[in-house]
Design a protein around this ligand. Structure first.
Ligand SMILES: NC(=O)c1ccc[n+]([C@@H]2O[C@H](COP(=O)([O-])OP(=O)(O)OC[C@H]3O[C@@H](n4cnc5c(N)ncnc54)[C@H](O)[C@@H]3O)[C@@H](O)[C@H]2O)c1
Length: 252
C-alpha cells in the first residue's frame, strides 16, 4: 500500500479493539504516526505496540474534557502536529426508554456525543495553526437512518454526531479542516458480538443484501479515504457502510 499518510500524525480514539483498532492499523500502514487512545489503556498500548511505524498510546475517557486536552498536548509533544482525528469511541448499551435512568442516558450521550465535541475542540487549535486537518467521527446507521427498540440514547447520540459534523465542517472550512463521519451498519467486533446469540448474528446476516456482516476493515478503508489529503473537497457528510442493509423499503 502506498504511503499517502506519510508525515501525518493521527489520533484514533476508541482504538483498543474493534473498528478503532482496524482504523489505527490502516492509518499506520499508510504511513501515519498514530496515537492510540482508549479507556482501556492496556489494550491501547498493545495495539500501539503492534502497529508499523511510529505509534504510541494513552489511556483516555473521551467523556472527560481535560483528558482530551491532555491527549492533544501529549500528541503535539511527541509528534509536533495533529493532522487527523478519528473519534470512534462509542458505547451501545440497550435499554427501553421506560427503563432508562437519567444516569444511563447521560453516560451514552457523554461518551458518544459530548466526547466527540471534546475531541474536536481539543485538536482544533493545532489544526487551525497548521491550516490543515481531517476529522472523522464514527456515527452509525442507528439514529441517522434507522432505529430499533432499546436504542433511544444511542440513536440520539449518533444522529447528534451527524448534526455536529455539519456545523463543524462549516466553521472550520476556511482553515483547510474537513469534518466527516462514517455510518457503519452491522460490523463484526467484540462489542457487537458480546452477549449476542449465534441465532441473532444469523438473522442479522440475512438482513444484509451483500450477504455478510461487515468487517472492521470495511469501515477503516472509508475512514482512511476521509482522513487523506485527496478527500480535501469532501466535508460535512457521512459515508454509509452497511452492505445495503438500509436499502429495502419493507420486509420482503
Ligand atoms: N460494531 C458495529 O456493528 C457498529 C455499528 C455502527 C456503529 N458502530 C460504532 O463504531 C464504534 C466502534 O464500535 P465497535 O463495535 O468497534 O465497539 P467495541 O466495543 O468493540 O470497541 C469500542 C472501543 O471504544 C472504547 N471506549 C468505550 N468507551 C470509551 C470512552 N469513554 N473513552 C475512550 N474509549 C472508550 C472501548 O474500550 C473499546 O476499545 C462505536 O462508536 C460504535 O457506536 C459500531
Amino acid at each position: 500500500m502506498h504511503a499517502r499518510m506519510a508525515g501525518r500524525t493521527a489520533i484514533v480514539i476508541g482504538a483498543a479493539q474493534g473498528i478503532g483498532r482496524a482504523i489505527a492499523h490502516r492509518l499506520a500502514t499508510e504511513g501515519a504516526s498514530v496515537v492510540v487512545a482508549d479507556l482501556n489503556a492496556q489494550g491501547a498500548a498493545e495495539v500501539a505496540d503492534a502497529l508499523p511505524g511510529e505509534a504510541t498510546s494513552m489511556g483516555v475517557d473521551v467523556a472527560d474534557a481535560e483528558a482530551l486536552e491532555a491527549l492533544a498536548a501529549f500528541t503535539l509533544a511527541r509528534f509536533g502536529r495533529i493532522d487527523i482525528l478519528v473519534q470512534n469511541a462509542g458505547i451501545y448499551p440497550e435499554s427501553l426508554i421506560a427503563e432508562t435512568s437519567p444516569a444511563q442516558w447521560q453516560r451514552v450521550l457523554a461518551v458518544n456525543l459530548t466526547g466527540s465535541f471534546y475531541a474536536c475542540r481539543a485538536v482544533l487549535p493545532a489544526m487551525q495553526a497548521q491550516r490543515y486537518g481531517r476529522m472523522v467521527f464514527t456515527s452509525s446507521i442507528t439514529g441517522p437512518r434507522v432505529t430499533a427498540s432499546g436504542t433511544a440514547a444511542y440513536s440520539a447520540s449518533k444522529a447528534g454526531i451527524n448534526g455536529f459534523i455539519k456545523t463543524a465542517a462549516l466553521e472550520f472550512a476556511g482553515f483547510g479542516i474537513t469534518v466527516n463521519a462514517v455510518e457503519p451498519g452491522n460490523i463484526m467486533t467484540e462489542g457487537l458480538t458480546a452477549g449476542r446469540s449465534a441465532d441473532f448474528i444469523d438473522a442479522m446476516t440475512r438482513s444484509i443484501p451483500i450477504g455478510r456482516i461487515g468487517t472492521p476493515d470495511d469501515v477503516a478503508g472509508a475512514v482512511a479515504y476521509l482522513a487523506s489529503a485527496e478527500a480535501g473537497f469532501v466535508t460535512g457528510t457521512s459515508i454509509l457502510i452497511d452492505g445495503g442493509q438500509t436499502l429495502p423499503e419493507g420486509k420482503s
